[in-house]
Design a protein around this ligand. Structure first.
Ligand code: GLU
Length: 333
């Protein structure tokens, strides 16, 4: 029997329209996977009930498929079964690593969503950690449960960005793993799902780089292996913030409705990733050919210091109002 292929995942949050920045990260995941013969699983991260929009499951899948992105299994929908997350929390409680905490307010919101680099995070004050002993069973699921996290350096090796060191205990302190809405927090859910979907390689936006350290710590506490990390730099708006709705009409849905060819989006992504010297339409299959680990590594390191800023010229190219892009890729703000 031969070795099983590596597995990666596409993990959209069905919170509304994906935009060209999301498209670039998903294309990098898919391109690398198809180029290297990895399996691809789809996971709909819909635990953040406040953010999930009706119909957005289908929309995320439609957006991905429109780009030519495919996957190999039926999607895992997180909300369909919370028992794997409950089991994990019980395991950690039995090991004396979590404590119930009724103190938080806004933390619930923060815990449910993946933390993005410009979210601004506060450390849980160490003085608020209750003294031991903590209950070793979960007495109520309708309260926050936190993971006790002392300061300690956590080394992360990123296949694109190289060696990194974080200190989750100093950055966030005792993390919320379960919220009083009765839902697993993002950090717990992602660790459980990456493990149960057999994910060996996580390719995602670099706004989650610091989260890799947190996820390693949780995985270790549960006796699970963590994946290899590939963090791809994000696309920013002209205000220096990560691309979002307020930066204009660059949602894939809007482009699709405007009869834009997906090849334009793919070509723009390949060009801004430095995989192609000019900005021109590109079929998805050609993106896979260009998306080598070496090319992506070189580009990711450059984009950390010279990020892609999405501006009017980019939109003009995507919408087909100009046939080539006048600017050099990754122009600094
Ligand atoms: N669904 C998450 C997000 O939209 C991605 C989480 C991950 O890739 O770990 O930010």
């Amino acid at each position: 029997m031969g070795d099983l292929p590596p597995v990666t995942r596409l993990a959209p949050t069905p919170s509304g329209a994906l935009h060209v920045g999301n498209a670039r990260t998903f294309l990098a995941t898919w391109g690398l996977a198809r180029r290297l013969g990895w399996k691809i699983v789809l996971r709909l991260e819909d635990l953040d009930i406040g953010r999930v929009k009706a119909g957005a499951h289908e929309e995320s899948s439609t957006d991905l498929a429109w780009l030519g992105i495919d996957w190999d299994d039926a999607p895992l929908v997180q909300s369909a079964d919370l028992s794997p997350y409950r089991d994990a929390l019980e395991q950690l409680a039995r090991a004396g690593q979590t404590f119930p905490c009724g103190r938080s307010r806004s933390e619930i919101r923060t815990a449910l969503s993946a933390p993005h680099a410009d979210d601004g995070e506060a450390r849980f004050p160490p003085a608020l950690r209750p003294t031991k002993p903590w209950p070793n069973t979960i007495e109520t699921w309708e309260t926050n449960h936190r993971f006790a996290l002392d300061p300690a350096p956590e080394f992360v090796f990123d296949a694109l960005l190289g060696p990194q060191t974080f200190d989750p205990g100093l950055e966030v302190g005792d993390m919320v793993l379960w919220t009083k809405l009765g839902m697993p927090a993002y950090q717990l859910a992602v660790v459980i799902d990456d493990a149960r979907q057999g994910v060996t390689d996580v390719v995602r936006g670099d706004d989650l780089l610091a989260s890799a350290a947190r996820q390693q710590v949780i995985a270790r506490a549960l006796g699970l292996q963590h994946a290899r990390w590939w963090h791809v730099p994000l696309v920013y708006g002209e205000d220096g913030k990560r691309l979002a709705k307020r930066h204009g009409s660059h949602s894939l849905q809007a482009l699709r409705n405007a009869q834009v060819a997906p090849e334009r989006v793919i070509g723009w992504c390949a060009w801004t990733l430095g995989l192609m010297p000019t900005c021109e339409p590109l079929p998805a299959r050609d993106f896979c050919v260009l998306c080598t680990p070496e090319a992506l590594r070189e580009s990711a390191q450059r984009l950390r210091t010279q990020p892609t800023i999405f501006g009017p010229q980019d939109l003009a190219f995507l919408e087909g109002r100009s046939n080539s892009h006048p600017a050099a890729p990754s122009a600094s703000p």
